[in-house]
Design a protein. Structure first.
Length: 377
């Protein structure tokens, strides 16, 4: 085999936002927007990468890729590829045979749809097949997550990579981060899923995310010292034990940390309920929890913006909308809307246009489907 083409999707997360790194639960799904990644073996000791999204190509020697002390690619789009190769090298798997990579994408970058995880997983999935690396699906997930953590300096959880690998058409995953297992749950065919791409990209997004990770670490240290519990254990216990929850809040003794812990508890509780409601076919009841999730992300986790809050609250008022919330890391990006088949698209357009006029934005929306995970074409 001299070449391979991989279709690697983006993902949405219905509920369970910012709880992947405390290892409770989320309900993500793969979507019908993707990166098509073609890898072709070549002669020589370099790789050449082309992306239509960036309208650019880059040729890099293996000497530079594996020289981590002198070359830092974390600020460049092609860093997602070199980072995967570097982690493989760390694991004793060094590819030295040249190849070309061509990426054709309809997956928007920076929209909170996991374009980076789609690239990483699709790229390594292709390398694994083309060079017979013998990696399991879970190894690909863990390597690509670690590559983004270590060499792209992004402290992301594992949800994105896991979902791209294990998604299923017309299903979402009920993902348990504690043991990295999942249950598939099917969705009603009459549901409609829409992405509102706000195109809002606040400069504080990266720092805001890192700050939330630091705050999580502070909570973790206090819980370990005072209760000898992990943050996951304390969150799960707090759902059904108000006395214990109150003790945690007293010991955190910090307004900001209290808010963050409140989000972890309430979002985990909502996620468990969401899964149960869907299993029982109470779709409207389940997706109404997205509205509560957004309030928590805005007021407790503080990762929304004034403009996105206004947009979301107006959309939630529309007839036949079951639920709507911001998705992704926050401070801009996209929103998810779940509605039934009778949603009046013209009214949604009008709502978005009012926000565009008020803030001079160019917010757009598009409909998506829940589709296949990463696979070879």
């Amino acid at each position: 085999m001299n070449s391979i083409c991989i279709r690697s999707p983006g993902r949405i997360n219905f509920i369970g936002e910012h709880v992947d790194y405390i290892e409770t639960y989320s309900c993500p799904a793969t979507i019908n927007l993707y990166n098509d990644i073609t890898i072709l073996k070549t002669a020589g000791k370099t790789i050449r990468i082309y992306s239509d999204r960036f309208g650019d190509s880059k040729e890099i020697s293996f000497d530079r890729i594996y020289n981590t002390s002198e070359y830092d690619f974390s600020k460049f789009w092609y860093g997602y590829f070199t980072s995967v190769l570097r982690v493989l090298n760390d694991k004793g798997i060094k590819i030295l045979s040249g190849f070309e990579v061509k990426v054709i994408s309809n997956l928007a970058d920076g929209a909170g749809l996991s374009s980076s995880a789609s690239i990483e997983v699709g790229f390594l999935y292709g390398l694994n097949e083309l060079f017979s690396l013998g990696l399991s699906k879970m190894e690909i997930v863990k390597i690509t997550r670690y590559s983004e953590n270590k060499y792209m300096n992004a402290p992301c959880g594992i949800m994105d990579q896991y979902t791209v690998m294990f998604g299923k058409k017309n299903n979402f995953l009920y993902l348990n981060y504690n043991d990295l297992t999942h249950t598939y749950c099917s969705l009603d065919e009459n549901l409609r899923f829409l992405i509102i791409d706000t195109k809002i990209k606040h400069s504080i997004a990266a720092e805001g995310y890192k700050k939330r990770i630091e705050e999580k670490g502070k909570i973790e240290n206090i819980l370990k010292e005072k209760f000898n519990l992990s943050i996951r254990e304390a969150v799960i216990k707090s759902i059904d034990d108000y006395k214990f929850y109150s003790e945690v809040i007293l010991n955190l003794n910090d307004a900001t940390l209290n808010k963050r812990f409140n989000h972890f508890v309430s979002e985990t509780d909502r996620t468990k309920k969401f899964y149960q409601f869907i299993k029982e076919k109470y779709f409207e009841k389940a997706f109404s929890l997205l509205n509560q999730s957004h309030i928590s992300l805005s007021s407790l986790y503080e990762v929304s913006t004034e403009e996105i809050d206004e947009l979301i609250f107006e959309i939630q008022k529309l007839e036949n909308v079951y639920g709507a919330r911001m998705i992704g890391g926050g401070f801009g990006g996209s929103c998810l809307v779940v509605a039934n088949k009778d949603l009046d698209i013209d009214k949604l357009k009008l709502t978005i246009e009012k926000i565009n006029q008020k803030y001079s934005y160019k917010i757009e929306f598009f409909e998506i489907r829940i589709d296949e995970p990463v696979h070879a074409l």
